[in-house]
Design a protein around this ligand. Structure first.
Ligand code: SR1
Length: 396
């Protein structure tokens, strides 16, 4: 199928990206620029442009289809506008944790932003054994601030309703509804797993108690507009080094359940906890505890100092809200573990393991841990219980 392109939209090439950036005046017309398309995500083109002095800039452009599948899966260009608006306007107090946006163009579906190539993609760094000591503190603060200030606890009711309209994102939500919550739990063309896993996968498909809990989580994702989510907060959406963290790619942003962003981050840490040797996984478990501790500490401070909701003064309400967020996070983490293992859009943490018996063993653990997290989410109240479950599942 050939996609009809909208007027004013043309997918960039390395040559036209250079011309565009010169036309916009970011570099001298006579500079000699180098440009490379570096997009390794599932959806977009990403051009990295450098001048003679290695001053760089990034152009990200949405394609009118999902790159991971091809033109047979058309996809709205409006996601570039959602991403630009999220980065520019919707995240008070986390400016230092996102890339600085220089320019957006709705018709061309592009966002021009600060060059982050001095940082690593966290997933890639983790796989190579690197650590980012401040990552979980930064992400805990990022989660608490973005989610608090766009929730009814920290955002004026009229403002929030307006933001909900501006961040209506039905096509991207549908991707998550299908790929995270529906397809992996049913026979579906989008599923993708090694034949050796069929026994474990069929057990999931036949597990009605699990399906009931996934249905509840999906319903929450569909209906619960608690706060403005990033919507795709895995470790491939985060750049970092020792001191700096930058969250990228918020094109899935919409008003949804707070636990979804937290759960996606939990799950993507857990892929590392599953695949690393015992000696090397402690730092990942530290991040698991630290992100939740920082989230509740920062969220609590904001609750006490920046609330717009009179009931936040009522004893027991904060604890009730945080407990709900935690249980949801655990359930959503379980869904993310399963979908990245047997659905569309896998993670390199698992797929990159060359030894096939180790790879399959890790995938079995990811599926089984995902199942346990979904089923047991309401009785888990601390992050170290997640670790205990992981150990139990690993023991078999
Ligand atoms: C068709 S898009 C597949 C996945 O890529 C994105 O990063 C999201 O995680 C989405 O589910």
């Amino acid at each position: 199928m050939t996609i009809a392109l909208k007027e004013g939209y043309e997918p960039l090439t390395e040559a036209t990206a250079v011309q565009l950036i010169k036309d916009l005046g970011y570099f001298d017309a006579h500079s000699s620029l180098r440009c490379k398309e570096i997009g390794d995500g599932n959806l977009n083109l990403v051009f990295h442009i450098l001048d003679e002095n290695d001053k760089g800039i990034i152009i990200k452009q949405a394609l009118p289809y999902a790159k991971v599948v091809g033109e047979s899966w058309p996809l709205t260009l409006h996601r570039a506008t959602i991403e630009g608006n999220y980065l520019k306007n919707a995240i008070p107090l986390v400016q230092e944790l996102v890339p600085q946006v220089q320019h957006t163009d709705e018709a061309k579906a592009l966002t021009i932003m600060e060059d982050l190539s001095h940082l690593d993609i966290v997933r890639t760094g983790f796989i190579s054994g690197k650590d980012y000591p401040i990552l979980s503190q930064h992400i805990g603060e990022y989660l608490a601030k973005t989610l608090f200030f766009t929730s009814d606890f920290g955002c004026n009711q009229q403002v929030k309703k307006g933001l909900q309209q501006a961040f209506s994102n039905p096509e991207l939500c549908k991707i998550t509804e299908d790929l995270v919550f529906t397809d992996p739990f049913h026979v579906s063309e989008t599923n993708d797993f090694e034949p050796e896993l069929i026994g474990t996968v069929e057990t999931l498909w036949e597990d009605d108690s699990l399906k009931l809990e996934v249905a509840k989580l999906k319903y929450k994702f569909l209906t619960c507009g608690e706060a403005l989510l990033h919507g795709d907060l895995h470790t491939g959406s985060i750049f970092a080094n020792e001191t700096t963290t930058k969250v990228i790619d918020p094109e899935f942003a919409f008003f949804g359940p707070v636990g979804f962003d937290i759960g996606q981050f939990f799950a993507n840490l857990l892929f590392q906890a599953i695949t690393r040797s015992d000696e090397k996984k402690d730092i990942i478990l530290f991040h698991l505890h630290q992100v939740w501790d920082t989230f509740i500490q920062t969220f609590t401070e904001l609750w006490q100092t920046a609330s717009v909701e009179p009931f936040t003064k009522t004893e027991g309400y904060l604890e009730h809200v945080l407990e709900g967020f935690f249980h949801d996070s655990i359930g959503f983490a379980g869904c993310e573990l399963i979908r990245r293992t047997i659905g569309l859009a896998h993670v390199a943490d698992l797929d990159g393991i060359e030894d096939s018996s180790r790879r399959l063993a890790c995938k079995e653990v990811a599926i089984k841990l995902g199942r346990e997290l979904i089923l047991q989410r309401s009785s888990i109240s601390r992050t170290n219980e997640i670790v205990h479950l992981l150990e139990k599942v690993k023991r078999g």
